[in-house]
Design a binder for this molecule. Structure first.
Ligand code: PLP
Length: 382
């Protein structure tokens, strides 16, 4: 498929390849774990064993590579597996920089487990580029990790400026772009070296696949090669059935995300006017601290995620969530169904998340239905 095609065309046709054996438009799922050797013991087809080599996994990887403008993608069994594999592949000892506000479980791993693998993490407010410039240690810092917009406060970090700092310090920059999706932001084009997704979320989009991806700007970089080797050895690769489902989800990524952005924007504006709402956190709102930067580095919308701080504190927030009917109380995000989550109670001690905050993942339901449900639940606090 031509590399000049628009991303939505690449996604809708899942890379465009037609099965050469049958002419099938939808590719077969390759489940063989092993491949026949040639008579001279070679492997002329290039596939040996399915831990590193699976055609279904490779096809899904190639679509993500195209959408992210990278050269190489690795799919893993989850977003956590993808992220942790990257950290484990760094040359040790490794100093890394990570945001104070980021996906909670990964932050926890970095704060409590990573040191046993020779990784020292410094947590910085990555919305302040000067703080990163002061925290990097040239020669020692191996990786700067960003998440933008960052869960669950939706703060925005400046990818291009931070890429320049990382580059100067001799470190790689990796961006968790799960909530931005490749529809709204392409970090590799802004100078990042690696983009990561919990593909469990928007890339798959239907709350029925656990998967993670890493896409590298340079497939021949030391870190890309080390991570590829680590995945082949550790075997934390995505299975072919999940890869096929993910490929199906990717076909509708652009229409889903466009709708979710429009709907989230309307909901954010409606909630900002609501008498029972303290504050709405959404980078699309003009008064949001990250709005100008988000408008510069994202295109096509500000995402389908927002958070709302409910007047009356934690109990009022929990009571609001309890009254919702259409919004389902569940962790996770990026699916076709709208979810609400009281983040502070799931993150636990040390969470930077205010206790009166509800995180909203906007799905594909009618926006009016979602607003009515929220309004009724919030009015109950009167
Ligand atoms: N990054 C972000 C922003 C997430 O929201 C999540 C999961 O919620 C992850 C990474 C981890 O992904 P997974 O649950 O697929 O391991």
């Amino acid at each position: 498929m031509s590399k000049f095609l628009k991303p939505e065309t690449i996604a809708a046709q899942a890379g465009g390849s037609i099965d050469s054996e049958t002419g099938a438009i939808i590719p077969p799922i390759h489940i063989s774990t092993t491949f026949q050797r040639d008579a001279d013991l070679g492997y002329s087809k290039g596939l040996i064993y399915s831990r590193p080599d699976n055609a279904t996994v490779h096809q899904t990887e190639s679509v993500i590579t195209a959408l992210e403008h990278g050269t190489h993608t690795l799919l893993f069994g989850s977003g956590m597996a993808a992220a942790v594999s990257l950290f484990l592949s760094l040359p040790k000892p490794a100093h890394i920089i990570a945001p104070k506000v980021m996906y909670w479980s990964l932050r926890n791993w970095l704060a409590t487990e990573a040191s046993t693998f020779g990784i020292e993490a410094t947590f910085v407010d990555t919305t302040d580029t000067d703080l990163i410039a002061r925290a990097v240690r040239p020669g020692e810092t191996k990786l700067v990790w960003l998440e933008t917009p960052a869960n669950p406060l939706w703060q925005i970090s400046d990818i291009a400026a931070i890429a320049a700092i990382a580059n100067w310090a001799g470190a790689d920059l990796a961006v968790d772009s799960t909530c931005a999706t490749p529809v709204l932001s392409q970090p590799l084009k802004l100078g990042a070296d690696i983009v990561m997704h919990s593909a469990t979320k928007y890339l798959n989009g239907h709350t029925d696949v656990l998967a993670g991806s890493l896409t590298f700007a340079d497939a021949t970089s030391t870190l890309a090669e080390a991570t590829t080797k680590l995945r082949a050895q550790h075997g934390n690769v995505l299975g072919p059935f999940e890869a096929a489902m993910l490929l199906r989800g990717l076909r509708t990524l652009h229409v889903r995300v466009a709708h979710q952005c429009r709907s989230a924007d309307t909901i954010a504006r409606a909630l900002a006017e609501h008498t029972q709402v303290e504050e709405v956190l959404y980078p699309g709102l003009k008064n949001s601290p990250g709005h100008a930067l988000a408008a510069k580095q994202m295109s096509g919308g500000f995402g389908g995620m927002l958070s709302v701080r409910v007047k009356g504190g934690e109990l009022a927030a929990i009571a609001t969530a309890a009254r919702l009917n259409i919004w389902k109380r569940a962790t996770s995000l990026g699916g076709v169904e709208s979810l609400v989550e009281h983040r502070a109670s799931i993150e636990g001690q040390g969470s930077p998340c205010p206790p009166d905050l509800l995180r909203l993942s906007v799905g594909l339901e009618a926006t009016d239905d979602l607003i009515e449900d929220l309004d009724r639940a919030l009015q109950g606090n009167n």
